[in-house]
Design a protein around this ligand. Sequence first.
Ligand code: HEC
Ligand code: HEC
Length: 391
Amino acid sequence: MNVNRLSAQLASLLVMGLLASGCESEEPFPSQAELELMRELHTMPRRPPGDTTNRLANSPEASALGFLLFEDPRLSSCRTVACKSCHDGEGKTVSEPTALGCNGNRTGRNPPSTLNADYNRWFMWDGRSDRLWNQAILPMTSPVEMDSNATIVREELQSRYLEQYQQLFGKSPAETGDDELLANVGKVLQAYERTTNRLDSPFDEDVKRFIAAADSGSTTLEDDPAYLGLKTYFRKGQCIICHKGVTMSDNLFHNIGVKDTGPGAQGQSATIEGVLDWKFNAKGLYSDDRNGLDASRIDSTRATLAEKRAEMEGAFKTPTLRNIALTAPYMHTGELATLEDVIELYNKGGEEPGAFHGTKTDTIKKLDLDSEEKAALVKLLESMTGAPATP
Ligand code: HEC
Ligand code: HEC
């Protein structure tokens, strides 16, 4: 028998084998394209991206003051609620669906973690803040959170942090106008938050090992403990479409059909004009770089507003999946208690129309995951917990 015939026979045997196993159309995992996406998933940069709209973003002195302010309940009108009240513990969040603010009020949504927060491009579930420093103004002045204002904040700064404030801003709190004062507090809080990160996780090691094996042409990839989780994340689960890149977020907003008929159910569509016109945004008076890249995003977002309007209805930010095991419960409502519940929601293709505002994005469909695939996805998500990073 000549070599050609032999290989033809082998090839047909292989095809028969594949047919018998029912996966004749499946390309081996990972394909070249998948491998490229996988290379982008691991090893977080040591520092969050630079933010030129806050000249103090990387100042250790600002960060030291930010740490004190983050924990100071006297910045609130009720004197009992600090940032830390709702962003505490290993996961820098709370373990209930919503959190308790001043006067017995509850937040409308689930507090996201402040870990790795400055790796994000937009802030809040609906993106109503475009820089981490201006984000901080929202909880300070929200009646259901710290219920505060510039007068209360100024008194506290003047009496307890005068020296630190003066060193950073060249004047006293008493000499600072209301809006500027709130922006300044936001800027020192950002400097602190930028130092609270959890970066390297077992997931990163798994992905590196897997890529190295794929690059070396390994024929036993299927035996890798991360194989089924990664394959499901990329293929049947389609998670990689939105949870991509090193932060595992596309930095975009999608309607994935999470149950919500409450007052905040409209998501991004209700707040987009607000952030574009906001006096505290990257292009506004209090930004330290009103002509930079972040400011230009305000214009580019406005330019495409009309065509994107429909998909903003009921859309929420794709959250990072890093440290996800530390931040239960899940989704903007906090209605899903466990990662298993999250996988079940994706598996059924989101809730039925009517249970949420707007229209689900086309990507969200019934997945038909089997129990091994579900368990592998949960294990993958659990492996994304990073070790605390030293600033
Ligand atoms: C009463 C609870 C509460 C307090 C107090 C509070 N937060 Fe939050 N935080 C939340 C909730 C709820 C959200 C989500 C709100 C939304 O998206 O509508 C949030 C969102 C955030 C985010 C956005 C994270 C992201 O990835 O989008 C950051 C950062 C943050 N808070 C920091 C702070 C800082 C700094 C303070 C103090 C000035 C603070 N928080 C005070 C509950 C709280
Ligand atoms: C179409 C984009 C898209 C796809 C595909 C997608 N997600 Fe998400 N994911 C989101 C958005 C947007 C949210 C927040 C939704 C909300 O709260 O309304 C989210 C939320 C989550 C959360 C909760 C995060 C938190 O902090 O509460 C987890 C966990 C999650 N996704 C995992 C996955 C997994 C696993 C897959 C694949 C099976 C997947 N996602 C597929 C966009 C997507």
